[in-house]
Design a protein around this ligand. Structure first.
Ligand code: ADP
Length: 728
């Protein structure tokens, strides 16, 4: 039992330790990720390890500004850097009006915003929010310590030419003013830029899109050093690995919880999960972009993970073993979803360009839809099963569906990672703590139950052992009684037969005598016959008394008795008998004390008489018998305040090994002598009378030297002068 306890304690610790390790891993990796991923803050003068200091070149302000708002935007035009330069030189007469301080956003080609200033002749310039073409331009001055930067355009829709310091470095599709020669290409790109000696970098991007109002550059460019990009990629990998570990932990934990815990704990678990998800949804737009295809990859991975693992959780709630059909469906379903999930992940990570196909968006949608439909069915089933939890379940399913769809929608736009990291950290820590706490609580409850059970079992075992022992004891007693009964029967029949045989012998002698017997002999025969019949009568009366004493119905009627008086009377009687012989009998008793006890007078008389008669019987003709009555004030004896009658003789004594048996029925010591008549019942009658009176009797004896019988009673509370007090 103790080894089991040690084992389960170990399990408990190992669960706790793994949970703690996971938390630490998540915290460390998330923090590392956050540290590295600091290349874009509210402005670029920001320096945390890996960040790049950039200053926007601005003659008038010369202040560091955020990069995303630093763009110029030439609507409806495809301009080379040269054309822009020429246009700028003719400052008094700008050929190409443009906006400055433009944000490139998800919602169109450009978001002019309130702070955008129009550089033009005052003529009206359309925003490029419709289909068509436009040119972006930005000029940066890099700090001395930055050698290279990477321009990252996560999503180009649908064709673009990118110029860096006057040179066209990339073409995506064919950029054209005419829809007929235009060719779309959906890509994400990283371009390494080399600044001029003075740190200046000019980026010009021509974009064309004739198929959608949502085109052009779909995300703010990410600018970082090459080294930083490498680190970012590592951190992303690490981050995703940890994320994956978290999801696995979540699914296993969820499954475990669903098996072990009650319905309410499951609901709480779900609500917590979805609360975190909602928070994430609210805060996610505030976070940073990732380089290259990472954005899309991470989005899609998160989508697939969250979908798959929350599906797994719902799946674990599915009833098992209720029907064969259900079980078979279960098997196919889990296999199908697991395979689908693997295919998705492998495809996207193996061939990221697939991400830009419209069909992958549709596939995502189908995947999300199917898993949600299954989840909803499962939840509906559970609602039927758990009466009181049904509202929570409905909430859970609504949240689940909305989460999946929001994830799906977000995958169309940008992924904001930093806050996501924070929120997942929060999620992970929260869930892990929740798991561990709930697990430990449940575990402790189980332990408690176990302990209670163990102690109950122990108690019951003890009880059963006791009952067993009692039974065994009773059985032995029964056997003993049976043995005693048999012995008694044989003793009784023997003891009865002996005198009867003797009497019959004398009668036959007298009957068969041919001549009348002499008177002397006749008297002798008759005396012998008389003695034998007295002996028989004594035996029968002893037997009757013993049987009566041992029956439950034999009650004793107690009254105050003076031991001194009763024993004194007996002394007078037997002292008289000793007269004429060499036997001497002495009597000692306190003069001023009646030595009162409570008892049945007839029965006590029998006790004292029996012991005195034995003393006379088992002493030689010149024996001395001392009878002493006195108070016995030993607190160990009947609680103190007792009266003792001590009858001492210098007779044959009892062999030491036989002393313990003299109070047994029919027991007669070896040395009791064949001449001394006796049944061996006297002392057993005495013993049972003493027991009924709550008294004690024992004998101390030395073989050949004599015996000393101690008879002790609890002293009475009254004296003869007082009326006994009424208890009631
Ligand atoms: P019994 O009828 O044989 O006297 P008891 O029950 O009175 O039966 O005594 C049991 C046995 O105890 C006697 O047979 C005898 O051996 C022994 N015994 C009793 N009293 C004495 C005594 N005063 N001295 C020696 N032996 C005694």
């Amino acid at each position: 039992m103790s080894s089991k306890k040690v084992k389960s304690d170990k399990n408990r610790y190992s669960v706790g330790i793994s949970a703690m390790l996971l938390i630490i891993l998540i915290v460390v990796s998330s923090l590392a990720f956050l540290m590295i991923n600091q290349r874009r803050g509210s402005d670029f003068s920001y320096t945390i390890s890996g960040a790049v200091n950039l200053t926007y070149w601005n003659e008038t302000k010369g202040m560091p500004v955020t990069l995303e708002k630093g763009w110029e935007f030439y609507p409806d035009r495809l301009l080379t850097p040269e054309m822009i330069r020429v246009s700028r030189l003719e400052t008094s007469l700008l050929r190409y009006p443009y906006y400055e301080g433009v944000t490139i956003s998800a919602n169109g080609w450009s978001d002019l915003g309130d702070s955008a200033e129009l550089y033009s002749f005052g003529q009206e310039v359309k925003k490029m929010s419709n289909f068509g073409v436009g040119t972006y331009r930005i000029e940066l001055v890099l700090n001395q310590d930055v050698d290279y930067i990477t321009l990252n355009i996560p999503d180009i829709a649908q064709s673009a030419t990118i110029w860096v310091n006057g040179k066209a470095v990339r073409h995506y599709g064919i950029v054209s003013n005419s829809k007929d020669v235009y060719e779309p290409a959906q890509v994400s790109t990283d371009i390494q830029l080399e600044p001029e000696d003075d740190g200046t970098v000019e980026i010009v991007i021509d974009c064309a899109n004739y198929s959608s109002p949502y085109g052009g550059i779909l995300c703010s460019p990410c600018i970082a050093s090459t080294a930083t990009i490498g680190m970012i990629e590592y951190s992303v990998r690490m981050y995703l690995t940890v994320l994956f570990a978290f999801w696995v932990f979540f699914a296993i934990g969820g499954h475990y919880i669903s098996k072990t815990f009650n319905g309410k704990a499951k609901f709480r678990f779900f609500l917590l999960m979805f609360l975190c998800e909602i928070l994430y949804e609210i805060f996610s737009p505030m976070v940073t972009v990732m380089p290259g295809n990472w954005n899309k990859l991470i989005t899609i991975t998160l989508l697939i993970f969250s979908n798959y693992f929350s599906y797994l959780f719902f799946f674990s709630l599915y009833p098992r073993g209720t029907s064969k059909l259900f079980d078979t469906l279960r098997f196919f379903e889990i296999t199908l979803f697991s395979m689908l999930t693997c295919c998705y992940l492998l495809t996207f990570w193996g061939f990221p360009s697939v991400l830009y196909l419209p069909s992958s968006v549709v596939a995502n949608m189908v995947f999300v839809l199917i898993t949600n439909v299954f989840s909803v069915f499962r939840v509906l089933y559970m609602v039927k099963r758990y009466e009181h939890g049904k509202y929570l379940y409905v909430c859970a399913v609504i949240l689940s569906v909305s989460m999946h769809f929001s994830c799906f929608l977000r995958s169309q736009y940008f992924v904001y990672i930093t806050l996501h990291a924070f929120l997942l950290l929060f999620l992970a820590v929260g869930f892990t703590l929740y798991f561990v706490m709930d697990y430990v609580q449940t575990y402790e409850k189980l332990e408690d139950n176990n302990r209670n059970l163990a102690s109950a079992v122990e108690e019951k075992t003890k009880y059963i052992t006791r009952v067993n022992q009692d039974l065994l004891h009773n059985h032995e007693k029964l056997l003993e009684n049976e043995e005693a009964r048999k012995k008694m029967m044989s003793n009784v029949s023997h003891d009865l037969r002996t005198p009867i045989t003797a009497i019959r012998g004398y009668v036959e002698l007298m009957l068969n005598a041919k001549e009348p017997l002499p008177r002397e002999q006749e008297v002798q025969y008759l005396t012998n016959m008389h003695t034998r019949s007295v002996q028989m009568e004594q035996l029968i009366s002893d037997l009757v008394q013993l049987t009566r004493m041992e029956s439950e119905n034999d009650t004793i009627e107690k009254m105050p008795i003076s031991v001194k008086e009763m024993v004194g009377d007996l002394f007078q009687l037997y002292h008289a008998e000793c007269e004429g012989t060499d036997k001497v009998m002495h009597f000692n008793a306190p003069e001023d004390d009646d030595l009162l006890i409570d008892g049945d007078p007839k029965k006590l008389l029998r006790v004292f008489e029996n012991i005195i008669v034995n003393a006379m019987k088992y002493t030689k003709d010149d024996g001395i018998i001392d009878i002493t009555c006195h108070r016995y004030d030993d607190p160990a004896m009947l609680g103190g305040n007792a009266v003792e009658v001590l009858i001492k003789d210098n007779g044959v004594g009892i062999p030491a090994n036989e002393v313990p048996y003299v109070f047994d029925r029919f027991y007669r010591a070896e040395n009791s002598g064949i001449n001394k008549t006796g049944s061996g019942l006297g002392l057993s009658i005495v013993k049972s009378i003493m027991d009924k009176h709550g008294g004690k009797i024992w004998v101390e004896s030395d073989e050949g030297k004599g015996s000393e019988f101690h008879i002790v009673f609890k002293a009475s509370e009254y004296t003869f002068d007082e009326e006994p007090e009424d208890d009631e």
